[in-house]
Design a protein around this ligand. Structure first.
Ligand SMILES: Cc1ncc(COP(=O)(O)O)c(C=O)c1O
Length: 480
């Protein structure tokens, strides 16, 4: 039966009752709050006004072609590209990265046909999206350890990993986990020396870093001013505070971007020519991005960036009053990782939930121990004193009620399992052992996640990946 509008929106509202807060600054990952309600109003209006357009064919929606060229032009100028730089508006960082990898692969297919099994060389700190791209496009990802003090790419180690199969190098500006800029100028030199492409992942840092530089912070060059950089991804739906579904991938010139595009005439329907992975797509996010960028403007973004930096500084100095936690490395942007020698950080994350905060657990990997991630933004500053106070209380509570670490027997068992040979029953058992489901009622995430995180933290990554796939394969089922 059709629902009345009031009933329908009441239900939609109800569905959100368990969601994280997207506004107010208490959520320190996943959502980006500028601390200004007017920006949201502008974004929503443009999003709605363009929601029914279709960017599948910009020749019949010339408004979208115009908007995309303006938005890409703004990104190009922001990242110091010259007039040869081109790009595409995409749905997010992952899509931008995937397209850059596909372009590199297809370019190599044309120019280096002898490379039948291409590789890309990337630091272990590079975003998982590169591994996803490697998986989808059949490019081998060669992960290289980083300096475990600075958490930056080790250029010599990356140079050692380059061989005649390498088509692409990757660096981050900034890396998600530790918020640092890789040595992009040195990576650019390596790329030129070895005649390979270099993608800079500026998905989360690309928009804010130029503002931070103008506000007096030291920022390593990472953009098109660096010789050897051939493509850059930068998300608008992060620190440009645009609605989700907004990113850009830029190329040094159109001859490289050509390999990103896809056309198909050999079928019975309309001729397909796509710049990005999606074909039909709403112009809403693009219009909202154009609107927000032009509404906030340079001065507005600088002001938000200043508040963000003030919040970062306040957290970094204030964390000294939380003796259980320390900042990992020396963050160069607005992302902070907090580790601990004395408490289980996963317990701290759970305790913070009871104080209505969301701080993000990050598992240990490749020398980077488990930690708590904070994405700091425009709405953060006013909340810093309360955050620090609650972090202190959460650490005390975590010490008083520690989740027992996974014992040696369990660790040994997890390492003895071959994920490829496990069947559904074994996964049910593993999920139940981790405290998620297995009781016949369907899997459910418990309120406290420290136990699950403690197990994932000691699991071989391949096993953790399979368990997570099985978990999602069980939760995404239509209601009966
Ligand atoms: C450095 C970096 N690259 C890529 C991504 C992926 O972006 P998205 O989640 O928009 O796909 C992120 C997301 O946080 C990121 O921080």
């Amino acid at each position: 039966m059709a629902l009345h509008e009031d009933e329908l929106f009441a239900r939609l509202d109800g569905f959100r009752s368990g969601d994280l807060d997207t506004k107010g600054g208490r959520t320190w990952a996943y959502v980006y709050d500028p601390g200004r309600a007017d920006i949201d109003r502008i974004a929503k209006r443009a999003l709605v006004e363009f929601h029914d357009t279709n960017a599948l064919d910009p020749t019949v929606f010339p408004s979208l072609l115009h908007l995309e060229n303006e938005v890409v032009g703004l990104a190009r100028d922001h990242l110091r590209g010259d007039d040869a730089v081109v790009g595409s508006f995409t749905t997010g960082g992952t899509e931008s990265i995937m397209l850059a990898v596909k372009a590199a692969r297809d370019r190599a297919r044309e120019l280096r046909p002898e490379v039948t099994r291409p590789t890309m060389v990337l630091p272990v700190t590079a975003h998982a999206a590169f591994h996803k791209a490697a998986h989808y496009f059949d490019v081998e990802a060669v992960s290289v350890p980083v300096d475990t003090t600075t958490w930056k790419a080790d250029v010599d180690a990356m140079a050692d990993a380059v061989d005649d199969r390498t088509i692409l190098l990757v660096g981050s500006a900034v890396s998600y986990a530790h918020g640092v800029v890789d040595p992009i100028p040195e990576l650019g030199r390596l790329a030129l020396e070895r005649d390979v492409l270099l993608h800079v992942d500026g998905c989360i840092g690309g928009f804010v870093l130029p503002h931070f530089r103008r506000l007096g912070r030291e920022v390593t060059d990472f953009d098109f001013s660096v010789p050897g950089v051939t493509s850059i991804s930068m998300d608008f739906h992060k620190y440009a505070y645009c609605p989700k579904g907004a990113s850009v991938v830029l190329y040094r010139d159109a001859s490289l971007r050509r390999h990103q595009l896809y056309a198909k005439a050999a079928w019975t329907g309309y001729t397909v020519i796509n710049t990005t992975i999606q074909s039909t797509k709403s112009g809403g996010a693009l219009a909202a991005t154009w609107a927000v960028l032009n509404y906030v403007g340079d001065e507005g973004y600088l002001e938000i960036a200043q508040r963000t930096l003030d919040a970062v500084d306040a957290i970094r100095s204030g964390i000294e009053s939380v003796p259980d936690l320390e900042v990992m490395g020396s963050p160069e942007s607005n992302l902070i990782a907090l580790s601990s020698d004395s408490v289980n950080v996963f317990d701290v994350v759970d305790e913070m939930r009871t104080h209505r905060w969301y701080v993000q657990p990050q598992l240990g990997f490749a020398g980077s121990r488990e930690n708590i991630h904070l994405s700091v933004g425009g709405a953060s500053l006013a909340l810093v004193p309360e955050l620090l106070e609650d972090l202190r209380a959460a650490c005390d509570a975590a010490r008083a009620r520690p989740t027992p670490p996974a014992d040696d027997e369990i660790v040994a068992l997890l390492h003895s399992l071959d994920p490829a040979t496990l069947g559904p029953d074994e996964f049910d058992l593993l999920l139940a052992g981790a405290g998620i489901g297995g009781d016949g009622a369907g899997p459910e995430v418990p309120e406290r996640t420290a136990g699950i995180n403690a197990i994932l933290n000691v699991c071989p990554p391949e096993l953790a990946e399979r368990v997570l796939v099985e978990f999602f394969n069980r939760i995404f089922v239509p209601p009966t």
